[in-house]
Design a protein around this ligand. Sequence first.
Ligand code: AHR
Length: 501
Amino acid sequence: MNKGIRAKSWIGISFAALILVLIAGVAHGQDGGGTLRNPLNYTGADPWLTYYDGNYYLAATTWSSEWTMRRSPTLAGLKEAEPVRIYFETDPSRCCNMWAPEFYLLDGPNGPRWYFYYTAGTPFGNYDRQRSYVLESAGTDPMGPYTFKGQLAPPGQEGTWSIDGSVLQLNGRLYFLYSAFSPMQSVFIAPMSNPWTVSGPGVLITEPEYPWEMSGGTVNEGPVALQHDGQTFLIYSASACITGDYKLGMLTYNGGNPLSRASWIKSPEPVFQRSDENGVYGPGHNGFFRSPDGTEDWIVYHAVDFPEGACDGRRTTRVQRINWNEDGTPDFGVPVSTSEAIPAPSGDTGVDPLPELPERVISRFRAYPSNTAYLRHAAFMARLDSNPVPRADSEFVIRPGLADPEAVSIESLNFPGFFLRQQNNAIYVLPDDGSADYAADATWWIRPGIVDETGISLESYSRPGTFIGRAMGIVALTPVTGSSPVRAQEDATFFLEEAVR
Ligand code: AHR
C-alpha cells in the first residue's frame, strides 16, 4: 500500500473514530457521565430511592400485599431492574393497600438495619383502616429479607388512621412524621425512642391553609425531611393526589423544639408543581437521594403525563437533580419533560437502556351490543358501565395466561399487578398473590363471541364451560353455550377494542 493511500486510510480511520467518540459522547452526558430520561417505570407512585454501597434501590406503592425492591448500579438501569419481592403480608389487619414505602439504615439492637416504613390496611377498596407500619431487615442488605417489626403510632393512637410514615433524624434524635386527620388531612411529628417505636403524642405542624393546598381536597401528606448545610426542611405533598394540581410545599425548621408547630415555618408558595409546558402533572409524594459520589442532591417523585391527574397505578417514578439557593433553601426547579435527556448523577456513567418505555397495547371490552358500556372495575369488583370514569378503570393489558401462557390474563392498567379473576363465580380485579389458585382464576381463554363471532367471549380457565357474563345483575361466570337463551349469549359477548399507547 503506497504512502498516499496509507495516509488516506489513517485519515479515514481517524474520522470514523471521531464520529464514534462523538456518538458515544451524545449517549453520555457532557462530563462523561450518563444521561437518562424519565420516567423510570410505567407505574411507581410514592417512590423511595436511595444509593447504597454501589447500587440504587427503588421501591414504590404496590397497592397490594407485597413489597418489591429494584436494584441497579446505575440510575437509568432501574428501568430494567427486576422487582424482587422482599415481603408479603397475610395478616388481614394489615394485608392490603400497601402504600408509600420509605427505607432508612438506622441503628437497631443488633447493629445497623434497614427499617422499611409503609402504610397498609384491610382488604381492598376500603381505606379506613390504613395505618403506619415498619419492617426490619435481617442484615444491611436493602434487598432483605425483612420481618414485620410493628405499627408506628403515638401511644393510644393505634386505632387512628395514619399514612405516609417517614423518619426525621435531628439533633441526635429520631422523629416520626406522618399524615392524619385533624380534621383536615395534616402532617404530624412525634418523638421516637427507637426506629420502631413512637414514644409520645403527635403534634400537628402543617395543615392545609393556602388555596394551593386545597385543589380537589384539603390535603397535606407525604412528609419527608431534607437536610443541607446544617438546615432542615420538611417537604410535603399538598392538594388531592387525584388531581394534576398535587404539588410540594415546604416547612423550614427554625431551631426550636421540633415537637412544636412554631419551630416549622411554612413557605406561602409551593416549591414544586405541575408544568403544562413540560407535560408533567401532579408531581408529588417525593423522596431524596444523593449521587454516588455524594456531591449532588436529587429528588424522586411521582407524576402523570395527563392534566386531569390520577391517584392510581398510572403515576410513574421520575428523578431530577435539585440545586441550592444562596440563602441555603432548596431550588427544585420545574418537573422535567419525559422527552428531556438529563445528565445522570455525578459518578453514575450508566447508559439509558430505555430512552423510550416500550409501547403497550391497551384493551377495552365493550359489552354487546352496547356502544358505550364497558367492562370496568370499581372498588375492585368488575362492573359494566357506560362511559366509565376514570376511563382507566376500563383499560387493561392482555398478558400471557398466569396458569397457561397459551391462554391470557387481563391486567388492570391503573392497578398493575391486579388481574381480572373469578372468585366464587363473581368477577373482581385483585392483586396477584402468587398462588396457583389465583393464577387459575385469573386465566382466560379468548373464544369467538358466542352470539356474534366478530366479538369475543372469555371462558374461565378454572371453570371450563363458564364465561364472563351476567347473573343476578352482576358481572359473573355463567355457563353459556350456543343454545343458551339469546340474552345469556349476548351478556357473555364483548367487542375487544385495542389501542397502542
Ligand atoms: O398513593 C397512595 C396514597 O395516596 C399515598 O400514600 C398518599 O400520599 C396518597 O394520598
